[in-house]
Design a protein around this ligand. Structure first.
Ligand code: CU
Length: 226
């Protein structure tokens, strides 16, 4: 609530400033992309339910397709009870927008919201994911469903193909186990391609239901369902 009040006061004073000096300051209030981090029960095969955390109620999170050189704003809402952060993997962007807390990007508190603004580059296939440390909790951080594809369409030679398919692989239900040499390592119960175990959905077909935020000219977006 305190954050809301502070944000309101800040917006109000900035709006006044905007009215006096720079009316274009508020040209964009709606983000290009909105990601909501929240707990999710994910059915990876009939009656096989994974309790995890994901973006917009999906695994992987929505596909982001963006033309090289075009600025983007991404609002992230944290609906979990721990601080979170989203890292834009492989992008050459300022460290305060990059989503790595150890490099200076802020954590998003439980119930909080944060806006990232940057111009994605270089072109090509990238991805985004949480940068929180799991520590001893193998249900957190990298072990969750917090990941998604980020495609940056090149200005030159965008490619002569009909459709691009985005597949993500993930292992679930991690636990620590011992190796024969007395070492400890993470083991997993299940693996999926996108959101389904092998044998429980065609990998290419399951990508078709993906949510997509796209400003690209090429048909990289998954076909809508139905
Ligand atoms: Cu990364």
């Amino acid at each position: 609530m305190e954050t809301d009040r502070r944000e309101f006061l800040m917006q109000a004073s900035l709006a006044m400033l905007g009215a006096a000096a720079k009316p274009t300051l508020w040209a964009q209030t709606t983000p290009d992309v909105r990601l909501e981090i929240a707990p999710l029960k994910l059915e990876i095969a009939p009656k096989k339910i994974i309790h995890t955390v994901a973006y917009n109620g999906r695994v992987p999170g929505p596909l982001i397709c963006w033309p090289e050189g075009k600025p983007i704003t991404i609002d992230v809402v944290n609906r979990t009870d721990v601080p979170e952060i989203v890292h834009w993997h492989g992008l050459w962007i300022p460290s305060d927008q990059d989503g790595a807390m150890e490099e200076g990007s802020p954590m998003i508190p439980p119930g909080g919201q944060h806006r990232y603004s940057f111009t994605p580059r270089p072109a090509g296939f990238r991805w985004y994911h949480t940068h929180t440390f799991a520590g001893h909790d193998l249900k957190r951080g990298t072990y969750t469903g917090q990941f998604g594809c980020f495609y940056i369409e090149p200005k030159q030679s965008p490619g002569a193909y009909d459709q691009e398919i985005f597949l993500t692989l993930h292992d679930w239900n991690a636990y620590m186990g011992g190796g024969g040499d007395a070492s400890m390592d993470a083991f997993y119960d299940y693996a999926t391609i996108n959101n389904r175990m092998l044998g429980h959905g065609d990998p290419i077909k399951v990508s078709e239901g993906q949510e997509c935020f796209s400003a690209c000219s090429t048909p990289v977006r998954p076909r809508p369902i139905g």
